[in-house]
Design a protein around this ligand. Structure first.
Ligand code: 5GP
Ligand code: MG
Length: 178
């Protein structure tokens, strides 16, 4: 086990890079199969999903477009508010869209995204999330592709940050009290 300090907090290794990329590859293979004969648009939710998206797309064998959306949620202060910082492109109308999200926690972010894309009139919608916290997620939308289900702990690494730091870590780490 390896530990890493991010700001004032200690995190320990939780999912090694090799396990992460094996799951990413599995999701890519399912997408290749499920979306064959389509020309999908992958919509990466910034910032957290940049590493997942980069690894996933290397294994996508379909002709596809890639675009980016940036959301900011304000948990704590104004819970439930999710703001668009970089918005959706209107040209998603009638397209097969695959949302690439790092982690689904309460699902508020995802719900906002799903509602917005439905409004834009996409032809079909799939959501791929690297991680899901089933103990917390109680929304109706069933996440189509999930890398790994994890307990309700705070994690960093592989794109995910703690207060801005930790996104560059190769493995995924979990917060530890010790
Ligand atoms: P939700 O809207 O589902 O509650 O939260 C989703 C967003 O919160 C994720 O896209 C991610 O940015 C952040 N988040 C949720 N859980 C974690 C976590 O364990 N670690 C980190 N670094 N971010 C998280
Ligand atoms: Mg995120």
């Amino acid at each position: 086990m390896k530990t890493v300090k991010v700001h004032d907090k200690t995190f320990k290794t939780f999912i090694l890079h090799e396990e992460v990329v094996a799951q990413v590859r599995r999701i890519a293979e399912q997408l290749n199969e499920d979306l064959k004969d389509t020309k999908p648009v992958f919509v990466c939710i910034l910032n957290g999903s940049f590493m997942f998206a980069a690894d996933l797309l290397k294994h996508i064998e379909l002709p596809c477009e890639v675009s980016f959306v940036k959301m900011a949620s304000y948990h704590g202060t104004n819970s439930g508010d999710v703001k668009e910082l970089i918005g959706f492109n209107e040209s998603l109308k009638n397209r097969h869209v695959v949302v690439i999200e790092d982690i689904v926690d309460t699902g508020k972010t995802l719900q906002t995204i799903v509602e917005k894309l439905t409004e834009l009139g996409v032809a079909s919608l799939k959501v791929a999330a690297l991680l899901l916290k089933p103990g917390v997620y109680k929304k109706e939308y069933k996440v189509d592709y999930v890398g790994l289900e994890i307990p309700n702990d705070f994690i960093v690494g592989y794109g995910l940050d703690y207060d801005g730091l930790g996104r560059n870590l190769r493995d995924i780490y979990v917060y530890t009290e010790e």
